[in-house]
Ligand binder design. Sequence first.
Ligand code: ATP
Ligand code: MG
Length: 393
Amino acid sequence: MNYQAFLIKYSEIGVKGKNRYVFEDALVRQIKFALAKVEGDFKVEKQSGRVFVTVDGDYDFDEAVDALKHVFGISAICPTVVVDDTGFDDMAQAVVDYVDGEFEDKNFSFKVFGKRANKNYPMTSMEVAAAVGERLLAAFPEMRVDVHHPDKMINVEVREKISIYSTEIPGPHGMPVGTAGKAMLLLSGGIDSPVAGYMISKRGVNLSATYFHAPPYTSEQAKQKVVDLAALVAKYSGPIDLHIVNFTDIQMYIYQTCAHEELTIIMRRYMMRLAEHFAKEDGCIGLVTGESIGQVASQTMQSLNCTNAVCSLPVYRPLIAFDKQDIVDISEKIDTYETSILPYEDCCTIFVAKHPVTKPKLEVIEKHEHLLDEKIDQLMQEAIDSVEVIHVK
Ligand code: ATP
Ligand code: MG
């Protein structure tokens, strides 16, 4: 079957009242961006409350659908046949041809849904539906009409041209990226943080990211893994400026100076501080982590209270109440799982205490952190000055 168009359905953005055009324009922009990577002459436009993708000439159907499946805000992708309006007979024949090509097995119930947006058309919507339905029954006796619970809805929309579609390929839902501001994702090589980035981006948020590495204790492969994960998230979120921060000296200094059971908490407080620095530099208005209550010692409510206390920006933790398996399921769905489980070390796992505190008290941690005073600001500045930023598309 050769589709020259896709009708794009969107859900939540339909209810945005006066701001609706902002969301629609963002959706059009994101669709154009996604399809720019697919070979073919695609046009994307708004048409009376719909978004249409049309394509001239050859293109790879599967690639185009895959690109559209990564655009937040799309609820369904409908491959559509478009024909010129050359009279009812031709239109009815086009619908018969469409049904023949689209459904090998014709043993299903159906309803034709006619929509006459062009009011000059000589038949009403109901008349179009009834007459096309009759033609379908004549062409395919196995088909039967069920106007209440049809297996398939055959849509025939009359505008300047006539659009015919039935199949709806589910989109990723959510809101178009670019409608909600920007956030800084703390991206590690683990399973959780890429999923957290995906989820926040699904609400329309643009992302930047920060990764802390500790060469030579963490390898070049570990860093590459994070770049690869950023690229997988960017398929949904759009380009990500990934900040790679050398955390070795800070980590070593904390290790030498502080009690080992408090190492992880104090280290995480410095991660948050640095991420917030780059967030503000990048115009982000929130931080994002992959934390979930109780998953590890550094993610108890008490620990989160301690790490949270150093940030002035809100910290979004979309996985906060998720079980690990739920997170794994999403990571498989968005294709980050296989990369996340590659066995490269993370800087957090290098200097871990055998018995980290699980219920740290904020006042105590703040007091102990003063031991770092003399040198830590200088090390932070060095980490900031030596940041490497990779533009991940
Ligand atoms: P993940 O699977 O995302 O690595 P995790 O279960 O390993 O999470 P932690 O190591 O405690 O949990 O990290 C909690 C969160 O802190 C991560 O989800 C991530 O947002 C951030 N984080 C941890 N390590 C790093 C790192 N090396 N660079 C950037 N962010 C990090
Ligand atoms: Mg981790």
